[in-house]
Design a protein around this ligand. Structure first.
Ligand code: UDP
Length: 327
């Protein structure tokens, strides 16, 4: 039996994870309420529509597929929205995860790969972030992810549910074959918004804040290619299936890019002008988030191959130009 339950499998990262799981010989079973995902992104295994907080529906799906593990991506993930509506994030992300973990334990499915975020570290001046850095989330999205990490360790103590937790830095790029890619509605992420501006689908990209304490005044982030990221998830799954202990891994490239540097690289890769506007800071944004961890490489044997800014933008642009992008 090689079914893996993928919550949020109709979303950006989840759909790429389904492709990687299928390519690795597993059957990804997508569980998604389609609140931000797309049914036509479910291409690599069965689809079961449902909400994480619908425990009866979850029980049904666990019983139908008897998954050997769960990859848990389903979550609301907009920092700005989480500052306006923290209750929504606690209900959906934390409440939904509680329901999922209880259903998994009841079904005897005790392996979970969880999608967390480097935003749980919060603002640390000029520190490269690794798994040992203290977590001080500064927005409700990150607080909700941090709470789920705590929930996982409590469930391990009581129910032997083991987990691999991945704290992602910024995810970008798309499947090089453009079968799946990034498409949020509404879109809030830098790379797709910028490509929309280049393609004339938006007037301009607004740079959120130019007065940060960074060399060019704009925020610095560490970008990792979605295909490298999901490869780490398959390695994390194998880690659990090999019976290894629960572990946290940060996933980033170790290189920081400012917003202006991402704009410059996009101009170079697409060979087109990037219309930009300068705007105020966005609530909840950290100044700089850059990975200082090599734990995933050393312990999981993770070898990111596509996490170079020009490759990420080229892959995202190919997807953006493909017929699949416009929904
Ligand atoms: N950003 C921006 N304009 C946008 C969207 C994002 O300047 O329209 C900046 C944002 O402030 C952050 C970086 O780009 O510094 C990455 O933001 P994104 O929303 O892609 O990811 P996040 O870091 O919030 O997870």
């Amino acid at each position: 039996m090689t079914n893996v339950l993928v919550t949020g499998g109709a979303g950006y990262i989840g759909s790429h994870a389904c492709k990687a799981l299928r390519d690795a010989g597993f059957t990804p079973v997508t569980y998604d309420n389609l609140c931000t995902g797309w049914q036509d992104a479910v291409k690599f295994g069965p689809f079961e529509q449902g909400d994480l907080q619908d425990r009866a529906r979850l029980d049904q799906v666990f019983s139908k597929y008897s998954p050997i593990a769960v990859m848990h991506f389903a979550a609301l993930s907009q920092v700005g929205e989480s500052m306006q509506k923290p209750g929504l994030y606690w209900h959906n992300n934390v409440g939904g995860s509680l329901s999922l973990l209880e259903a998994a334990v009841a079904a005897g499915c005790l392996n979970i790969v969880f999608s967390s975020t480097c935003a749980t570290y919060g603002d640390h001046d000029n520190v490269l972030l690794d798994e040992t850095v203290a977590q001080h989330p500064i927005n409700a999205y990150a607080s909700s992810k941090r709470a789920i990490e705590d929930m996982l360790s409590d469930f391990e103590g009581a129910h032997d549910l083991r987990s691999v937790v991945f704290r992602y830095f910024n995810v970008a790029g798309a499947d090089p074959e453009a079968e799946v890619g990034e498409f949020h509605q509404p879109e809030t992420h830098l790379v797709p918004l910028m490509l929309d501006a280049i393609a004339g689908k938006r007037d301009a990209l607004t740079i959120h804040g130019t007065d940060y304490d960074t060399p060019d005044g704009t925020c610095i982030r560490d970008y990792v290619h979605v295909c490298d990221l999901v490869d780490a998830h398959v390695l994390g799954l194998r880690w659990l299936l090999d019976g290894k202990k629960s572990r946290v891994f940060s996933l980033g490239s170790g290189t920081g890019f400012s917003v202006r540097e991402v704009v410059d690289q996009s101009r170079a890769v697409t060979n087109q002008a990037v219309p930009i506007k300068e705007g105020p800071r966005r609530a909840g944004d950290c100044t700089k988030l850059v990975s200082g961890s090599t734990r995933a490489e050393k312990e999981l044997g993770w070898t990111p191959t596509r996490s170079k800014m020009d490759i990420m933008i080229a892959d995202a642009w190919r997807w953006h130009q493909s017929g699949h992008y416009d929904r």
